[in-house]
Design a binder for this molecule. Structure first.
Ligand code: MG
Length: 426
């Protein structure tokens, strides 16, 4: 079969070609009235120096909430074998809730031994400084535990506190930050399987596109962190070419290699993807090897994406400055929450890089992500949404499910989700 040669499509927000000129101005508006955290600045001679005001907060919560919000408790409430909620309460009885991430059970000891002692009794309005003090200087010095397990717990705490602030003020989280750009967010349907044949996967993709009305799909290629293998020989090309032939030129196709390739193989696969008009190539190489990924990004016209496991602000900046990828993919949970991920968006905007957050979840779990996507001017344009929508084992409203390929931005206070569970009545 001769591959049909084509130029990569030019998407609305493909960063290498479409410089986000308004990015910085937009971000500045986003974080008003306070200035965003800047870890360091580059002098005229190119050397990086730390800004003496480097710990400025994202938002001055004391201007929104006049009285201290003293944290009284942070609880993990188990609704069922697979469902947990993290609830934060203030001494005045305010509360906020976030649905536990699937990785919470294995990281919860960091909540018990570091984050709960860190936060109880503090003013939640100062949480950015509290997080930063304990990360850098105060014992047990969070940086000694740095990485995804640490920041996923910070993410749960921060998101629950933001939900509480929203409920206290009657504002949604995106409006709390002063900028909700849209009333709905377009999604791409994210497939997670490599155990299907290409033919089976194409059929499943068709079912999900029809059910959701989505205009974009992401499928897995290669063989996750398994050097230069394919799930079976030929699956990746058969899948991508088959999707293009079946669903036509208008469908936006994204692929995720989960670190499958070395550089020469990644470039060879990337050329094949370009031939089929793929618009985003996620994690071609080992996620930790920024230089390998950078070489692939430099070689290809196709936008390369990555960053879902990353949590270090200096490393985010390195990735942006060296154009290791064309699209950064922070995960608002893994990366320590909403505000820390706003910092990543700002770093990206400074380098005209778009953000396509990682978050292969569905239903009410994605409410914080929707608020994040509507808050950043350099959002790539399609939010990840798990194709095999997971039904919750609890009632909630408003129901979140894509219609015509879009999900509404919840308008209620906090992240806008009201959950009905017996464990939350305690
Ligand atoms: Mg991925």
């Amino acid at each position: 079969m001769a591959a049909k040669k084509r130029k990569p499509m030019s998407g609305n927000a493909i960063s290498r070609r479409t410089v986000v000129g308004a990015g910085l101005a937009g971000i500045a508006g986003l974080v008003a009235p306070a200035t965003a955290q800047v870890l360091s600045t580059r002098r005229g001679d190119g050397l990086l120096v730390y800004d003496e005001h480097s710990l400025r907060t994202t938002l001055d919560f004391s201007s929104l909430i006049r009285e201290p919000v003293v944290i009284d408790s942070i609880e993990v409430l188990q609704h069922s074998e697979n469902t947990r909620f993290v609830r934060v309460r203030s001494t005045d009885g305010a509360e906020g809730i976030v649905i536990g991430n699937m990785r919470l059970p294995h990281t919860v000891s960091l909540l018990e031994h570091i984050f709960r002692p860190m936060l109880i009794g503090t003013d939640a309005r100062d949480m950015e400084r509290t997080f930063d003090d304990f990360f850098r200087t105060k014992r047990p010095r969070g940086y000694k535990y740095s990485g995804l397990p640490y920041f996923i717990i910070q993410g749960h705490c921060e998101l629950a506190i933001l939900d509480m602030f929203g409920r206290m003020t009657g504002k949604s989280v995106s409006s709390l930050f002063g900028r909700q750009r849209t009333e709905e967010i377009e999604v791409y349907m994210s497939r997670l399987s490599r155990t299907t044949t290409a033919e089976e996967e194409i059929d499943i993709v068709g079912q999900h596109l029809e059910a959701s009305g989505a205009r974009a799909i992401k499928v897995k290629i290669g063989a996750r962190m398994n050097l230069n293998a394919d799930a079976y020989p030929g699956r990746s090309e058969a899948l991508v070419s088959g999707i293009r032939k079946r669903f036509g030129d208008e469908l936006k196709i994204f692929v995720d290699a989960n670190g499958s390739y070395d550089v020469p193989t990644a470039i060879r696969v990337g050329r094949m993807l370009e031939d089929w008009g793929v618009e985003m190539y996620e994690e071609p190489c080992d996620w930790e090897d920024f230089e390998m990924t950078r070489q692939v990004t430099e070689a290809l016209d196709l936008p390369v994406a990555g960053g879902e496991q990353d949590t270090s602000l200096p490393k985010w900046r390195w990735m942006a400055e060296h154009r290791a990828v064309d699209i950064l993919q922070p995960d608002i949970m893994y990366n320590g929450g909403f505000m820390r991920t706003l910092h990543v968006a700002e770093i990206a905007a400074q380098h005209a890089i778009d953000i396509a957050p990682h978050y292969p979840r569905s239903g009410p779990e994605v409410a914080p992500l929707i608020h994040f996507c509507t808050s950043i001017p350099n959002f790539k344009g399609f939010m990840e949404y798990r194709a095999d929508h997971l039904e919750t084992d609890f009632d909630y409203e408003p129901v979140i499910r894509p219609v015509d390929g879009k999900v509404p931005v919840p308008t209620g206070p906090g992240f806008g989700i009201d959950i009905d569970s017996p464990v939350l009545k305690s």
